[in-house]
Design a protein. Sequence first.
Length: 348
Amino acid sequence: MPSVWWKDNAVQLIDQRLLPTRLETATLHTVADVAASIRDMYVRGAPAIGATAAYGMALAARLSPATDRKDLLDDLKEAKQVLDAARPTAVNLAWATSRILATLRAAPTSDPEDLRGLALAEAEALAAADVEINRRMGANGAALIPEGANLLHHCNTGSLATVDYGTALGVIYACHEQGKGIHVWVDETRPRLQGARLTAWELMRAEVPMHLIADNASGSLMRQGRVDAVIFGADRVAANGDVANKIGTYNIALLAHTHGIPVYCVAPTSTVDLNTPTGDDIPIEERDAAEVTRVGGTVVAPEAVPVYNPAFDITPARYISAIVTEEGVCHAPYGLSLAAAVARAAET
Ligand code: MRU
């Protein structure tokens, strides 16, 4: 089941806030609804956010009353601004909205109805390509993982974080499909618990052997020799290979480095932002204090306590053993290998 799709002239998606207890679909009829679904994390994960925003652009085109090309493109530019502002860190969001706008700008037709059809066709193509790209990354990454490996995974990077299959979890699915006998340590991933709520749910459905662990258990497991590789996704990869990913990624990368354990980041070339030179240039989202002061609705901190809640951190490239893309496995120096992967993707 995909995480997001188009049906009955609306954007439909799995409401991930309700998992693992309820599997329900949300139907979004306006661009404001789509932006809110991204901001409020009905849908999350960089590629899933990108696909949702692409469908949001198709929705904007459908809802626009424009009767000529210029007015339609102006309405889409406005929609792009609304959608891009929903979350700042995942570059896939602006990448996807830019792609829809660029397709319409380059279209050989000026007929608004044709352009509306083209916007939806491009969003559908982007969503379909996401799944195909994930399978290629899965195969590329699985080649790095030895038989019987114990893998430590952070956040959720699976079917729910993409249109389907996943990035880092895609590699895990590929290893499992190949009968490699892997086992996964699933970081719970405070504060939003994407690991406990979403990754554990996905892996159990796929019958991948796993244990859920508290975030602060990973150091001890590494010291005991019970982690063979660390694997995670990315919300943005800077041109130099620095990786923005879910808060806590930096901690486990440092721990792994200290213990001589390989660290793999799995991300499509759409997550590589060659316009962002280093991790220091990536905007880091700060989210509501309630994410930290409450767990499952229960208050766990004093009323009105000051809270700092960054949603992502930066892992410097020197702590990353390889970045797995659909265009192959990139190694340091990342400035060269990432640029080459992006160039190969642009050719296809
Ligand atoms: O805040 P989230 O849940 O959107 O954060 C998601 C992550 O950090 C993922 O690791 C990242 O988007 C890669 S998902 C394929």
